[in-house]
Design a protein around this ligand. Structure first.
Ligand SMILES: Cc1cc2nc3c(=O)[nH]c(=O)nc-3n(C[C@H](O)[C@H](O)[C@H](O)COP(=O)(O)O)c2cc1C
Length: 303
């Protein structure tokens, strides 16, 4: 029987498994309901944190929508100082922890990156899908604004820096190129897509913020297209993210060009989903005679 090597490389990072627990879906990692289940991941990303505390939006912040989920928390978080005082040393957790930074401008992102680095995370993810308060839109829609944030984070930390982009971008390759030029070591493709829902009893929007992020299975073809487009155009390590429910989804992202694959919404229904999905991935590799998961990256064939 084929013995499958699950380890992958993501630029400078060595991951023991291609699976990543996506930001915001396993809390601050240590407070995830089933911390031991995180041992199957190559990394787990803590919920995004800003410099000052962000109060977030009023309830409701989460709503089911078809087979996906709407989220509009307004990135509520306690701010980096309080975050650090409540976070145990990441080295004591069963999984490498990446921090995720949000901010209103590049300088704030840089301060958060410094705090995350001091807290002992192994990489910094830059959440460019939060609002750019000056422009009233999200950083990830603007190549120059995204590049300015990544450059500031790059200057603030020696750790690997990942830029998390948005499927709402009309030119994701352009934004990807801009953040890579600014020093991003890897990309996370993607965050949620904009969506909304209306409650038929109250006739009101389901989320207090009206429009929020839509995640879960319907996001997969959208994020997969982003991975494929960026991987076809640029030579940069990619974490695919969006709608993963099964090991086959992971294989699809790898074939499209991802080196690792993050999963988020699936944790809300199944806290131990990573274990099942890794087993399914392993089974697929065994059946196909694939010895190294890493060898699958970017091997989809032309039609
Ligand atoms: C409840 C919830 C909270 C999230 N919080 C964050 C966050 O703090 N930072 C971030 O970059 N992405 C956040 N995300 C986005 C996820 O990390 C992921 O990119 C997205 O949900 C798509 O993957 P999925 O379909 O597997 O959930 C959040 C998603 C959900 C559902």
């Amino acid at each position: 029987m084929t013995v499958v090597d699950l380890s992958v490389r993501l630029g400078r990072l060595e991951l023991r498994s291609p699976l990543v627990a996506a930001a915001g879906t396993v809390g601050s990692v240590h407070d995830f309901a089933d911390v031991d289940a995180l041992a199957v991941y190559g990394a787990a990303v803590a919920k995004s944190v800003s410099h000052e505390p962000w109060p977030g939006r009023a309830a409701p912040r989460l709503a089911p929508a078809g087979i996906g989920m709407l989220t509009g928390s307004g990135s509520q978080n306690p701010g980096i100082d309080r975050w650090r005082s409540t976070m145990p040393d990441p080295a004591t957790l069963p999984v490498p922890v990446w921090g995720s930074a949000v901010g209103a401008d590049a300088a704030e992102f840089a301060l958060v990156a410094k705090g995350l680095t001091a807290a002992g995370v192994t990489a910094v993810e830059v959440n460019l899908s939060c609002p750019n308060l000056e422009e009233g839109t999200m950083f990830a829609l603007q190549p120059a604004a995204s590049a300015a944030v990544v450059a500031a984070v790059r200057a603030a930390t020696e750790l690997p820096v990942g830029a998390k982009l948005s499927p709402n971008s009309e030119n994701i390759v352009g934004v990807a190129q801009a953040v890579v030029d600014a020093g991003a070591d890897f990309l996370v493709l993607t965050n949620t897509v904009w969506g909304m829902g209306i409650d038929l009893e109250t006739r009101q929007p389901k989320l207090s913020g009206v429009v929020g992020g839509y995640s879960g299975p319907p996001l997969k073809p959208i994020a997969l297209r982003c991975v494929w487009e960026v991987a076809s155009a640029l030579d940069v390590p990619i974490v695919g993210c969006g709608g993963v429910q099964h090991g086959d989804d992971v294989v699809e992202y790898l074939l499209a060009g991802a080196s690792a694959v993050a999963m988020g919404t699936v944790h809300f229904a199944e806290a131990r989903a990573g274990k099942r999905i890794l087993r399914q991935l392993k089974n697929w590799c065994e059946e196909q005679g694939v010895e190294r998961v890493a060898s699958l990256t970017g091997t989809s064939l032309p039609r």
